[in-house]
Design a protein. Structure first.
Length: 277
């Protein structure tokens, strides 16, 4: 399943490392994941979400505010995969594995999570160990250069993470599903209204998925929305830190945010299913 990020040959498990026939070798970390990111393309020390961002997202997700989305995503994946025997699912940009762990409940599945952040991937391992999950593997890698064989996957999932037409098409089997989760227009609108004078709705993304059916009956677009009360200052701050607005907010906006003790927000998601041509 894993391929060498240097020469693209198959990687084989040899003791505590993954090795290719040409001798490129990647050690398996004590926690059980592997770093398949080559320094030539990225700096693994600084790539992706940093330790603070990972901590904030983990604390927020573990409170369960987004659990309904995780369950809905698992249901959609199970439905799309239907009777596929031993489905292989890749969670691309998996963060700290909150959705990956839920996807591992799809019957007989083998789930692979990758993320460019080594902090996030280390946390994925802790999560699956604590939950006793044995059908998930994790690697530090880029969505734009996936460390997987051609046509090895039945589904690729991307939750609030990069979407890459060429790589996802390469690793998916023909007829395989790409499931993309993104914010709906009203996602967290009330939070934005509390912080900004002129809050705006999220605009739909366009991914340029030329290798997938985007507009006929093979493409599905599910809007999933619910309201929830974010019930502490800390949770509100962690949630805001997970959003792209965090780094664009003025001091005044941050002061308004920190003054909130609790807030009811719309959690709104688009779950889009694209099928590989
Ligand atoms: C908003 S977070 C979403 C994480 C997770 N899917 C979730 O919803 O909890 C985006 C994730 O994409 C990762 N990421 C960013 N660029 C990436 C890339 N080129 N390849 C893989 N992961 C990437 C970040 O490190 C981060 O964990
Ligand atoms: Zn190699």
């Amino acid at each position: 399943m894993y391929i060498c990020p240097v020469c693209k040959d198959k990687l084989n498990r040899v003791d505590n490392s993954w090795r290719c026939p040409k001798g490129h070798c990647f050690d398996i970390a004590r926690k059980g994941h592997v770093n398949l990111l080559t320094t030539a393309k990225h700096n693994p020390k600084t790539a992706g979400d940093n330790a603070d961002m990972v901590k904030a997202r983990t604390e927020f997700l573990d409170k369960g505010y987004y659990r309904p989305l995780a369950e809905k995503l698992r249901e959609v994946a199970a439905e799309v995969l239907g009777s596929t025997d031993k489905p292989v699912i890749i969670d691309s940009g998996c963060g700290e594995g909150f959705y990956t762990a839920e996807l591992s409940k799809v019957k007989n599945s083998q789930v692979f999570g990758i993320d460019i952040s080594k902090h996030a991937v280390a946390h994925c391992m802790t999560r699956v160990h604590l939950a006793g999950i044995t059908n998930c593997c994790f690697a530090v890698a880029s969505s734009f250069e996936l460390p997987f064989d051609d046509e090895c996957a039945d589904a690729v999932v991307s939750v609030f993470a990069p979407v890459c037409n060429d790589e996802y098409a390469r690793v998916l089997k023909r007829g395989g599903a790409l499931i993309v989760v993104s914010p709906s227009p009203r996602h967290l609108f009330e939070l934005k209204a509390a912080v900004y004078d002129e809050p705006y709705e999220n605009k739909p993304n366009s991914y340029g998925l030329t290798a997938f059916y985007e507009s006929d009956d093979k493409h599905r677009d599910i809007r999933f929305e619910y309201k929830t009360v974010i019930s502490s200052q800390q949770d509100i701050y962690s949630l805001f830190m997970m959003t792209p607005y965090f780094y664009k907010t003025s001091e005044e906006g941050m002061a308004r945010l920190k003054a909130l003790d609790s807030i009811e927000v719309t959690c709104g998601f688009e779950i889009q299913v694209f099928i590989k041509k």
